[in-house]
Design a protein around this ligand. Structure first.
Ligand SMILES: Nc1ncnc2c1ncn2[C@@H]1O[C@H](COP(=O)(O)OP(=O)(O)OP(=O)(O)O)[C@@H](O)[C@H]1O
Length: 552
């Protein structure tokens, strides 16, 4: 019964801007409205309990009924309700409500609720229970569209705002289809059947964690994340790749294992490229291409997902897919509308540090906060400045070891760390719940980078704030940000003079901004001699720590 009860507590992602984030105290009005909601909820529960009994389900044959009932462990006499979305008209209304553009051949109807997955696709009872236990009671728009498309075995190009649930949009149908297949296979083990590729280790591990929760209790499904240790075991034949049904990995590690004949991907039926635009950019395209050729199963279903899919990337994706269904929620490349965006002019480099200190003093700097910079050197420099100011801060960049990165992330997620400084290594996909503010200390070099960076806040329907600091040297790159802000309705945060028509940047100029990192002054408001003294002290402390470690 708990399952039904929970279904009425929707964690909708359609909340308005005013929703308080996890870290702020609710106001009296919010508390009153909450208690009212809870009262109504009790009244609604009875109605909700009628979930599986409701009306007749004309569209299902008797045998389908019996199958579904036994899947759910329900007595045969209990009827399933008809799906929420039953016609093209219903679908059109729903799509209009969340601003979806869906195209392709024979597009299936979206789902209108997770119940629809039970009625239409015989969603496994345990899988539904796992969703509800995590309070996923209502599908997000990308889930409404992508899950049925995948259940109909379609290739998918999926573009939806940051923090809008794309991960579950590809994981739910993947798990469900494996459960269904396993029933047919009756215990016969197969080689790896599903592969999820992401550009960074952090993101791959996060996807693996979401997947672990989703398959909890579904013991017949074996999942794996290719970290160093698992990869080592596979290479040394301590374990075989047939141990896994689903593998999550970064591209290079996967390719390395295939090259050492430690991984057989010939049976892969589903391939998901997360952060697809990254996977097709110049740094990754060769590896992605290689993965596509390694997966030789003629029945391979390919999906690509991202919050930003440029026309270029879409063209490449289309060229490797078969009649894909194209799902675009909202504007392609627009920021999540639950983020309140603002541009702050700081004059010159020194002004940025002053702006941060003013935010701290004025109370605008409400932890948890993430600050993005363009390079490792600059991230380290800002870290030392803010540490000196007494802020509870740490830094993540590519020069830190994997263990250090994991420890810092863990501390940040637990709330033990208030402010995380990083480079773009953390700009994509990472799901920090309840981040209040993202600060772009350095203006990002493209619209996509901006959308992903600020997308670390305002996730899962929560409100968030993004502040971009800019100086005289950013006059061109800031125009890219202005365009995204306009498109996502954050016009108030744009200074008056930039609000009025700014000359459009040519494609060439945009490319130039992307390619050439702006040469910026060193970060510091402290006189050089003080900095040298501090550096000396720091070196001495680090030296003594090293010596101590050596002695131990
Ligand atoms: N149906 C749902 N109901 C409530 N919350 C959900 C639902 N689906 C996902 N979420 C939550 O929304 C948050 C964001 O999901 P996810 O990380 O998949 O976003 P995303 O669209 O992949 O974002 P990005 O583009 O930044 O990678 C997660 O915390 C997840 O638990």
């Amino acid at each position: 019964m708990d399952l039904f009860r929970a279904l009425s507590r929707g964690a909708s992602l359609k909340k308005s801007k005013g929703v308080a984030s996890d870290y702020s105290m609710p106001t009296k009005v919010q508390l009153d409205s909450q208690s009212k909601k809870e009262k109504n909820l009790e009244e609604e529960i009875e109605e909700e309990l009628d979930f599986f009994h409701a009306k007749d389900s004309r569209d299902l044959s008797n045998s389908q009924h019996q199958q579904i009932q036994s899947d759910k462990g329900l007595p045969e006499s209990v009827d399933l309700p008809p799906p929420v979305i039953q016609s093209k008209e219903d679908a059109a209304k729903l799509r209009k409500s969340y601003g979806a553009k869906v195209s392709g051949e024979d597009i299936p109807l979206p789902i209108g609720s997770f119940q629809d997955l039970v009625t239409r696709f015989q969603l496994d009872h345990k899988l539904l229970e796992n969703l509800i236990q995590q309070e996923f009671t209502e599908p997000t728009p990308i889930q409404c569209e992508a899950i049925p498309a995948a259940m109909y075995n379609r290739d998918i190009i999926g573009c939806a705002p940051t923090g809008s649930g794309k991960t579950l949009a590809f994981l739910i149908p993947m798990v469900q289809s494996l459960i269904m297949e396993n029933k047919k296979l009756k215990g016969k083990r197969q080689n790896v059947r599903c592969l999820i590729i992401s550009p960074t280790k952090e993101l791959a591990y996060q996807i693996f964690s979401v997947l672990s929760h989703l398959v909890s209790g579904l013991t017949e499904l074996k999942i794996g994340y290719l970290n160093k240790s698992v990869a080592g075991k596979l290479r040394n034949k301590v374990i075989s790749s047939s141990k896994f049904d689903i593998i999550v990995s970064t591209p290079l590690r996967l390719i390395d294992l295939v090259d050492h004949e430690a991984l057989n991907l010939s049976c892969v039926q589903q391939l998901v490229l997360d952060e697809a635009d990254k996977m097709f950019d110049s740094n990754f395209v060769e590896q992605t291409d290689r993965i596509l050729t390694i997966c030789t199963n003629p029945k391979l279903r390919r999906s690509v997902f991202s919050a930003t899919i440029t026309s270029n990337v879409e063209e490449i994706a289309q060229s490797v897919m078969t009649y894909p269904e194209r799902i675009i929620i909202g504007h392609k490349e627009a920021a999540n509308t639950s983020i309140d965006q603002k541009l702050v002019f700081c004059g010159d480099e020194h002004g940025k540090l002053i702006a941060i200190r003013q935010m701290v003093q004025g109370g605008e700097f409400k932890p948890p906060v993430i600050i993005f910079l363009q390079s490792i050197t600059r991230a380290k420099a800002l870290f030392h400045e803010l540490l000196y100011d007494g802020l509870n801060v740490d830094v993540i960049h590519a020069e830190r070891t994997q263990t250090q990165r994991e420890q810092v992330l863990e501390k940040f997620k637990k709330g033990e760390l208030w402010c995380l400084i990083c480079t773009d290594v953390l700009s994509r996909g990472i799901d920090f719940k309840g981040i209040n503010m993202v600060i772009n200390y350095d203006v990002p070099n493209s619209a996509q980078a901006y959308v992903h960076r600020i997308g670390r806040t305002g996730r899962a329907g929560r409100a968030g704030k993004a502040v971009t600091l800019y100086t005289k040297v950013d006059m061109d790159s800031v125009k890219v940000v202005v365009n995204v802000m306009k498109q996502s309705g954050s016009v108030e945060g744009i200074p008056e003079w930039l609000r009025k028509g700014i000359p459009k940047l040519s494609k060439g100029k945009k490319k130039q901004i992307k390619r050439n990192q702006i040469d910026r002054q060193e970060i510091s408001t402290v006189p050089t001699f003080v900095r040298q003294k501090r550096r000396k002290k720091r070196d001495m402390v680090e030296g003594s720590k090293r010596r101590q470690l050596l002695e131990e």
